[in-house]
Design a protein around this ligand. Structure first.
Ligand code: BTN
Length: 274
């Protein structure tokens, strides 16, 4: 569905209050994947903060090899190039950091987002909590040095026609908030919130990301946990530790730390209010 105004380079630039994030920008009508384009620019030496935005993607990618539905005219597909000075092991919590910035931008629109570990932004619709955005963080590194990081963000903004396979778990800002959202302003606000958080992260490390993420966390939500190292199980999301690992509690009251994996909402439980 394409019924919003086109993305505008000048509208995005005018709303930016950043010094680096988005100051170099490539705005494309379409591309295979903004993450791939940002990585290409990184290899050519593009500076930190370089932004790639596309109105549509032909090969949008999600976590765990999934595709990201990327039609034209409705949504945000963007990738931000970062060159953190932290070691590679500190990079995964950048997903939490980006989630916190995005949740802040959605909250500024009047939404009540919840963040589902590690990379999903949820909004409540008539039928429960649904995903409205996802984050795909990709890194190129040597053993102890990060060459670059690409943080890719996809937001269902004004999408109203969800494909059948997504209709029971996805939503859009427009469906949840009941009005059309200006994509330029949302993108600029996301970057405005991200930059100071990122600077603090680069200085002080993953605890900054955890602190920013926690107020929006979907704790209390019942989920299916597939961490790959044991059979999938159902548990309630309880906390994150200082480096961003998830802590869940199963029905016997046992708490488990989840370092990586897939977390799917089960049922319609409401997450705790922060
Ligand atoms: C997920 O929830 O699995 C992550 C989705 C990330 C999608 C975005 S859209 C912009 C960027 N380019 C991609 O190919 N993927 C990310």
């Amino acid at each position: 569905m394409n019924d919003g105004p086109p993305l505008s380079f000048s509208a995005i630039s005018a709303a930016l209050r950043t010094s680096r994030m988005g100051r170099q920008m490539e705005l494309l009508a379409t591309c295979p994947s903004t993450n791939d384009r940002a990585a290409e620019l990184a290899r050519q030496g593009a500076p930190e903060g370089t932004l790639v935005v596309a109105d549509a993607q032909t090969g949008g990618r999600g976590r765990l090899g999934r595709t990201w539905h990327s039609p034209a005219g409705a949504n945000l597909y963007l990738s931000l190039l970062l060159r953190p000075t932290r070691p590679p092991a500190d990079v995964p919590p950048l997903t939490l950091l980006a989630g916190a910035a995005l949740a802040g931008a959605v909250a500024a629109l009047g939404g009540e987002p919840r963040l589902k570990w590690p990379n999903d932004v949820l909004l409540r619709g008539p039928e429960g909590w649904r995903k409205t955005a996802g984050i795909l963080t990709e890194m190129a590194s040597e053993r102890d040095r990060v060459r670059h990081v690409v943080v890719g963000i996809g937001v269902n903004v004004n999408l109203t026609a969800l494909p059948a396979e997504l209709s029971d778990r996805a939503t859009s800002l427009r469906l949840a908030l009941g009005r059309t959202i200006a994509r330029d302003a949302l993108l600029a606000e996301l970057l405005n919130l991200f930059e100071p958080l990122y600077d603090a992260f680069d200085r002080d490390g993953p605890a900054v990301a955890v602190r920013a993420w926690r107020p929006y966390a979907a704790f209390g939500l019942r989920c299916r946990i597939d961490a790959g190292d044991r059979p999938a199980f159902e548990a309630v999301l309880r906390d994150v530790d200082d480096v961003g690992n998830l802590i869940v509690e199963d029905d016997s009251g046992t708490r488990t730390r989840v370092l990586a994996g897939d977390v799917t909402v089960v049922g319609t439980t409401n997450p705790d209010r922060p």
